[in-house]
Design a protein around this ligand. Structure first.
Ligand code: NAP
Length: 259
C-alpha cells in the first residue's frame, strides 16, 4: 500500500534505537525526510547514516535531551516546519507508590507529558496553516492497564492521553490528525533491561525470563519494532485522515479487555 507521504518531512524524537528508530525507518521507507533525535550522538549519527544509505532520504540528526527546554529548542530550530511529528522519550523509573515525592512526579510529567505537549504546541500551528499534519505519540499499554511499579509512567502518560483526546478533536478539521500508539512489550533495549531485572531477581537465565513474560502475552512473543514502525507509518499516512484521538494498542493481546 502506498502511504502517499513521500517528500513529507518528519521529526521523530528519541529515535536512535528501539521503537523511535523503527518509526523513523518506516517513515524513511515511505520516502519521508527525517529529523532524528537522541541524547547520545554516536548511536544517533550511526542510525541516521544507515537510514540515508538504505532509503536515500535526507536526515538531520540533532543530539539533545528532548525533555530539556534547551535541547528541545535546538531540535525545533534544526527541524523548522514539519508535516509529521512522532513524540517519544525514555520512560520514568519503576518504584513504589508511597515513595514518590513531588519532584519525582514533576520529572515524569516533564518527560512524558509536558514534552510532547510542548512539541505539539510548537509544530501543530504550522500544520494547521498548511492544512495537513500527523502527530503520533508513543505512550504505553500502561494507559489502558496500569502497571503497579510504573506509577509515574501511568500518571504522566494518562495526562498526555487526556490532552490529546481534547486537542485532537480541535485540530482535526484543519487536516491534522493526532493519535497515540501504545506499546506492550517489544524487543528493544528496554525489554532487555526488564528481562535482566527478572533474571537477577529470580536467579534464572535471560531466555527463561523472556519465556516467563511470553506466557502473559496471548501472541506468545514480544512485538517486533518493525511491526510498531509500520503502524506508525500508517497513522502518518494519507489513509489515516479519519483517525482522530485514538489509542492504538500494540501488545499481542496482553491487555485483557473487550474494548
Ligand atoms: P529504548 O530501546 O531504550 O530506546 C530509547 C531511545 O530514546 C534511544 O534512542 C534513546 O537514546 C532515546 N532517548 C531516551 N531518552 C531521551 C531523551 N530524554 N531525549 C532524547 N532521546 C532520548 O526504548 P524503547 O523500548 O524504544 O521505548 C520507547 C518508549 O516506549 C519509552 O518511553 C518506553 O517507556 C515506552 N515503552 C516501551 C515498551 C517496550 O517494550 N519497548 C513498552 C511500553 C512502553 P539516548 O539514550 O541516546 O538518548
Amino acid at each position: 500500500m502506498d502511504m502517499g507521504i513521500a517528500g513529507k518531512k518528519a521529526l521523530v524524537c528519541a529515535s536512535s534505537k528501539g521503537l523511535g528508530l523503527a518509526c523513523a525507518r518506516a517513515l524513511a521507507a515511505e520516502g519521508v525526510d527525517l529529523v532524528m533525535n537522541a541524547r547520545g550522538a554516536e548511536a544517533l549519527e550511526a542510525a541516521a547514516a544507515a537510514i540515508r544509505d538504505e532509503f536515500g532520504v535526507s536526515v538531520t540528526a540533532v543530539a539533545a535531551d528532548i525533555t530539556a527546554d534547551e535541547g528541545r529548542e535546538r531540535v525545533l530550530k534544526a527541524a523548522g516546519p514539519v508535516d509529521i511529528l512522532v513524540t517519544n522519550a525514555g520512560g520514568p523509573p519503576p518504584g513504589l507508590w508511597s515513595d514518590w515525592e513531588r519532584e519525582d512526579f514533576i520529572k515524569a510529567l516533564d518527560g512524558n507529558m509536558l514534552t510532547p505537549i510542548a512539541l505539539i504546541k510548537a509544530l501543530v500551528p504550522g500544520m494547521i496553516d498548511r492544512g495537513w499534519g500527523r502527530v503520533v505519540n508513543i505512550t504505553s499499554q500502561a494507559v489502558k492497564a496500569p502497571l503497579g511499579v510504573l506509577g509515574l509512567s501511568n500518571t504522566a502518560r494518562t495526562g498526555l492521553t487526556g490532552y490529546v483526546a481534547g486537542t485532537s478533536r480541535q485540530v482535526a478539521g484543519s487536516g491534522v490528525n493526532i493519535n497515540n500508539l501504545l506499546p506492550g512489550i517489544h524487543y528493544t533495549d528496554r525489554s532487555k533491561s526488564l528481562d535482566a531485572d527478572v533474571s537477577k531477581e529470580k536467579g534464572i537465565s535471560m531466555a527463561e525470563a523472556e519465556a516467563l513474560r511470553c506466557k502473559t502475552i496471548p501472541a506468545g512473543r514480544y512485538g517486533y519494532p518493525e511491526e510498531f514502525g509500520a503502524m506508525c507509518a500508517f497513522l502518518c499516512s494519507q489513509h489515516a485522515g479519519f483517525i482522530v484521538g485514538q489509542n492504538i494498542l500494540l501488545d499481542g493481546g496482553s491487555v485483557n479487555a473487550t474494548l
